[in-house]
Design a protein around this ligand. Sequence first.
Ligand code: NG1
Ligand code: ZN
Length: 567
Amino acid sequence: MSSAYIESILNKQYLQKTFNELASQRPRKSNAINFTYGTSGFRMDSSKLDIPLFATALITFLRSLYCNKFIGIMITASHNPPQDNGFKTIEPKGEMLPHSWESYVTSIANSVYENEYSKFETNMLDIIDTIFKAYPLEKKDTSLRIILGRDTRSSSLPFANFLNDFFTNLTTLKTENVIVLDYGIVTTPQLHFIVRKHTADNIFEQMDLTKEYFDAFFIPFIKLLSKVAKLQSFNTLLIDCANGVGALQLEKLLPLYEKHSPQLKLELINTNYQDCSKLNVECGADFVKTNQKLPGGISEEVANNPNFLFCSLDGDSDRIIFYCLTADKKFCLLDGDKMATLIGEFFIEKLPAPLLESIKLGIVQTAYANGSSTAYIKDVLKLDARCAKTGVKNLHHDAVENFDVGIYFEANGHGTVIFNDKFMQALSKYKLEEFEMFISLINQAVGDAITDLFIVVIILLLLELDPRDWFKKYADLPNTLIKCVVPDRSEFETFDYERQLSKPIGLQEMIDEIVNETNNSDKKNRCFVRASGTEDVVRIYCESSKQENLTIITTKVLEAIKQITNK
Ligand code: NG1
Ligand code: ZN
């Protein structure tokens, strides 16, 4: 396939017309936005997303023709505020867009400003040409296969409608070769599952795959729950749904769950997904992790009830954070680091020693993992702990490349476990029926709040572990994560898995000095700065064994950033 072929099946008039309509509403180059397709796609205030939407649509069109398979687009801005939105594409097997294509989609979005509108067509075709020079393919029996999904935001439906129209009108391919399936409001992990399923089973029409998704993970969950003799430490799990899609999906699941008369009660709060202005507001995984306090919607009586374990999902249900209160009302955060270590511990406890010795089991974290968790993994669990760049895509790759069983989690609660054939073959030699069932709870394709919920609950119940004892496994170092607005965040370049800055020149040396000045004998001060991929800010993370050091360090680092960026 070549760009000439693509050109021959493009409805260029429609493309140009659509583009002109969008571009005419945009500011000219002088006050243009520099769009970046990061690890979580495009994400920003929904009013600015028209060009990124166009770019995402076009790259998805090209990618689908190139792969000749289904490609998904998820419309969501995850934990961001209600006015934001975003898009990311999902590959045929459920993965994220390959890195090189991320730069193509970024170029398409930014080409809008680099050229007069009249030159648009040539420029677009140049980009398409570059892509197909890098990825030549001879086949011509192509078809366009797209799957759409969205979260509950008010801007998500108009974006989905645009995409439906766009794909239907963009090509001169025969209608039977253009398949656009719109799955409506789904969680991000559900859409990954759906795309994967269409690819694996060669399904060409829309089916009830959200039911299949639930069956795949929910049935083993129910079976494992029935093996728990008696609930010991908590009897109710209160799920904060962030007023998002998790509420809609779990409300469907709850009646099925209750039919099994389980001992463990599941209760949902913050379920008002119909009111888009409430999404992630004073609730949800990000709110709880950042503020280290209970979300809105929990009564005093429930908060004080020792039989409750709590958890919060984020806006598109791919992250989850657990928490509980001690008898003296201390808030205990059970975040991604705590989940990764819990799962590691469960594997160590349940797998026979010879099997454990024959495989590589390890944990992948990011620079944001608390230093105490990393020390616990290495010193207590005696597992390999690796650091990857922010974004689950990076953790996933690292886990696949380095481990037979790779547990990966970002501190914010986004992660899962992957295992390879070597592990599955080794496991099959032992008759570990319960453990095999446990394995089937895991959504290996992507971090998934709902399946992570099942995993954690089952581990706690099977290990008879009180959530407060889980919390006590190690004590987090005091830490803080703040944002800083800078003139141009693209000036911040990092190395060493984002733990150090190479640019702006001189800033890393200043940070090192600030960190060393206040270091205690334990040398546990740590501070790093990196540009966010999802917000127009840089993030400053700092941890220390002494709480009072945090303000001292971050205040000085903020001053250093100001000094350097205002030069
Ligand atoms: P950025 O904005 O690049 O820091 C945030 C989270 C990531 C990841 C992405 C995608 C932190 C510090 N960063 O990325 O972990 O979840 O959003 O949602 O939590
Ligand atoms: Zn999310």
